[in-house]
Structure formats: C-alpha cells, structure tokens
Write a new protein. Structure first.
Length: 302
C-alpha cells in the first residue's frame, strides 16, 4: 500500500530486526512498541549480542511490555541461531526457533527473505474472512490463494496494514479500501458482521494492597511470583503493621481489573522467605513487574 505507515521495522530486511518487532507486536500496540523496539535494538543490535546478554538485562529491556516468556524465548532462539550460524532461510526451520509460531515465521520468511508464505495474524484473518465473504472459510487455504508469491513480503505487509488502518474490526473504512470491488463481505453488506465474534469475557474487579516497608534508605522487595528474575513490592504478610495510604492505581491482568492500594508499613516480625532489602537509590536498575512500577510512581509523586 502506498499509504503504509513509516514504522521503523518496515525500513529493514534484517531478519533479526523483523523478528524482534513481530514478537514485540504480539499483544502490544504499535505506538507502545516503537520506543521498546528502538532501545532493544540499540542494546542488542544482533542475535549474537542477544545470545550473549545476561537474562536480567534482557528482561529489564522488556519490562513494561508484559508476557515475559516472549523475552526469554527471544534469548533462547538467539542462542539457537548462534548454534545454527545464522537465520535459517526456510519457513519450517524458522518455525523451529523458540517462541516462533506460524505467523512470525511467515512474516520473517516473506519480509526478510521473500519466501512465498502468508503471515496470518488477527488483522490478516479478519481481512481474509471479509474478502471471501464467508464466515467458515479456511483461512490458511484462502490466504495461500490470495498470496502474491513473487512479492510475498510486500503482500503480507499490505494485508497487515489494511487490517490495522482500513479494514478495522468495527466500521471498516470500505470507501477508502483498495480492494473494495473484490470484497465478498462488502458485496453482501456483511462488512460489519464478519468475522463472527465470540462473546468477550467480563472483567472481574478485585482489590489488592502493596506495602512499602523502608529501613535506613532501603526498601523491602519480594521475588515476583509470576516472572522469574523480577521483583515486586510485598503484599501484607504476617509480621507487618500497615500504615497510611500513599496512593491507588488500577491495573488489568487478563480478565481481572485490580485496584491496588499502596500503603506504608512497618516491620514487626520476620521478612518473608526470599524477600530482600534493596537500596532505594538503585530502584531504577531493578526489573519490576508492571504493577510494582505503577506503585513506585505513587512514591515519586509524594
Ligand atoms: S471493502 Fe471493507 S470489509 Fe472489504 S476488505 Fe475493504 S475495508 Fe475490509
């Protein structure tokens, strides 16, 4: 598409850079990814640098993007690439790398190497279903049939862009669509009906408390129960007295909407197993989960 957005990963055919962007873009919006992508590539400019890095450094560069298994798999795959001596140039072999599914393998194979493979993510799935006008169409078959095999990379990026900018989930901009005349959904007036959507899970509201326990310029942190290598502020535990409130914030995790209250606390017993005192001055270097980062912002605004 002539009107495609000028995104940093569109200016390269480096399979490493394309792969990093595609993994970051899973579950995360484009605008949020751009600064992470630029910092990550500046810090780890190639798979060799990523393979040689300490896991804590990789996780710290990822902090805030969530779904940390993606970062761990990136490093695992970078180490596989070191063993292989470079990026494989076959879809099936790219698919073998840790954390790479069919979509990402298709994107890397087609954009970096021009291999004739579709790359089917949620946006492309929607566009293909609408183009066929058939809710039950086989996406793989239809996407393969549509593919411009000589320009697979450009074709895949154009479909991604069409899905992101024009053939959007609600009220697609069919009047601006370059394939309007070929579109089955449009011809049948079904562009808003297709693809059929499943009912969304309801967000459940929950309340939680985080404790700020300080002692002589140090703050008590506990290992994150969800992300190995990360640290969190503790929740109330036997042996602390909860004190004044410092602030509240909201944080959604999958189907739960949490309201966190951050409170001062003082220690009256033992610290929990695995907990450690950290210098408050070094907080900027510690990998934190997103909820704890938001909690620490409450402290900054006091
Ligand atoms: S005509 Fe409308 S529904 Fe069809 S592909 Fe274009 S934007 Fe999507």
């Amino acid at each position: 598409m002539r009107e495609q957005r000028d995104l940093p990963w569109r200016r390269t055919r480096d399979p490493y850079a394309i792969w990093i962007s595609e993994i970051m873009l899973q579950q995360t919006r484009v605008a949020a990814v751009i600064p992470y992508y630029e910092r990550f590539l500046a810090r780890f400019p190639d798979y060799q640098a990523l393979a040689a890095a300490k896991e804590d450094d990789v996780l710290a560069m990822w902090a805030g993007l969530g779904y940390y298994s993606r970062a761990r798999n990136l490093q695992k795959a970078a180490r596989q690439l070191v063993e292989l001596g470079g990026f494989p140039r076959e879809h099936a072999a790219i698919r073998e790398l840790a954390g790479i599914g069919s979509y990402t393998a298709g994107a890397v194979a087609s954009i970096a190497f021009g291999l004739p493979h579709p790359a089917i993510d949620g946006n492309v799935r929607r566009v293909v279903i609408r183009l066929t006008g058939d809710a039950d169409a086989s996406i793989e078959v239809e996407a393969g049939a549509l593919l411009d095999r000589r320009n697979a990379g450009q074709h895949n990026q154009a479909l991604m862009e069409l899905g992101a900018m024009i053939c959007v989930p609600r009220d697609p901009h069919c009047g601006e669509c370059p394939v309007e005349k070929l579109c089955g959904a449009r011809q049948q007036g079904l562009e808003n009906e297709l693809p059929l959507v499943k009912a969304k899970a309801k967000l459940v509201r929950r309340e939680r408390t985080l404790a700020v326990v300080r002692r002589g310029g140090k703050i008590l942190l506990v290992p994150s129960p969800r992300v190995a290598g990360f640290w969190d502020l503790p929740e109330p535990f036997p042996g602390i007295h909860m004190g004044a409130g410092l602030g509240t914030f909201r944080h959604a995790i999958t189907t739960s909407q949490y309201v966190f209250e951050v409170r001062e606390a003082s220690l009256a017993g033992r610290i929990p197993k695995g907990a450690r005192w950290w210098d408050e001055a070094s907080l900027g270097q510690i990998p934190f989960g997103t909820a704890s980062k938001k909690a620490l912002r409450c402290l900054e605004t006091l």
